[in-house]
Design a binder for this molecule. Structure first.
Ligand code: SF4
Length: 295
């Protein structure tokens, strides 16, 4: 039996980086807190708590003497200012791709472009971008229903997780209506790369185990992609594995959604290995599982 993991599984590079920055800060700072949960995964939040990293919900809850970790989604300019006023230390783990959206928003506006943001107005990333143009931008997540008025110069940026097709349809809609259009493609490829890796592994496997929260939409998407090619089971934890699934299966693939911590993936892999291959082949890290690669 061959057991492999899809390249690019689990947390995206921005979240992995934020967790690493948070953990690296532990020896040098007392009283560390993240502003909001570092990722929407309670197990991960609990793990950080065990390492001494707490969570606060808002700047109002930050106390003097604390060091505040900014998570990968980034924050508004106002949040930075208020933290500065409070005199607390800040460890900034904003994903560099998110930071780019802030920079482009500001640049486009200062060059005289009307900023048009593709994204969900309520999403922290979009709220962050808005703060860099003083709230003066148009936000849409539905290019079809966008009403275009007399705009001459438009600068488009996108929330990093939007589908490229939506950005294309927004550009199609705007291009006949303005003379000067700039498009900054700020879509992050982490989601696409994860889906492509799952597709590739599913095509080479006869059984796929998809690990991730039942409510996680990106995990469900991975399962949908996978089930077209191989028998697929979505689980949240190693205990849910059913032995019968493996009957007559030679090539087993594992993949995981973007909010699935490494140790959950590792437990799934090691449980399968223990049952089918032998204890000696167990892995200590996700990076050691055959097939793993972060691009
Ligand atoms: S921009 Fe991409 S890598 Fe960064 S946090 Fe978002 S999904 Fe992850």
């Amino acid at each position: 039996v061959i057991v492999r993991i899809a390249k690019n599984s689990g947390f995206c590079p921005g979240v992995k980086r934020a967790i690493r920055i948070a953990l690296d800060a532990v020896p040098n700072h007392h009283n560390l807190v993240t502003l909001g949960p570092i990722i929407h995964n309670q197990q991960m939040v609990d793990r950080l708590a065990k390492s001494g990293i707490g969570t606060v919900d808002s700047v109002d809850d930050v106390e003097s003497g604390q060091t505040v970790i900014i998570r990968s989604h980034g924050v508004t300019q106002d949040t930075y200012n208020r933290l500065r006023e409070k005199g607390v230390m800040v460890v900034d783990a904003t994903c560099p791709y998110v930071a780019k959206t802030h920079q482009y928003a500001r640049e486009l506006q200062s060059l005289g472009y009307r900023v048009l943001i593709l994204g969900d107005a309520e999403h922290p990333e979009v709220i962050g971008m808005m703060s860099y143009v003083n709230g003066d931008a148009i936000v849409t997540n539905d290019p079809e229903s966008l009403e275009i008025r007399n705009w001459h110069r438009i600068g488009i940026i996108s929330q990093t997780t939007q589908p490229i097709e939506k950005l294309q349809s927004l550009v199609n809609k705007v291009i006949p209506l303005c003379g000067d259009l700039r498009v900054m493609n700020t879509i992050c490829s982490a989601t696409n790369i994860r889906q492509a890796s799952t597709l590739q592994l599913a095509q080479e496997s006869d059984l796929m185990i998809v690990v991730g929260g039942r409510n996680s939409s990106n995990t469900k998407m991975l399962a949908r992609i996978s089930e077209k090619w191989a028998e697929t089971h979505q689980i949240e934890a190693a205990e849910e594995i059913v032995i019968d699934w493996f009957e007559n299966k030679q090539k087993v693939g594992i993949t995981a959604g973007a909010s699935t911590p490494d140790w959950v993936i590792l437990e799934v892999y090691n449980r399968i290995i223990e049952e089918y291959v032998g204890r000696d082949s167990k892995a200590d890290n996700v990076e050691d599982i055959p097939g793993y690669k972060e691009e």
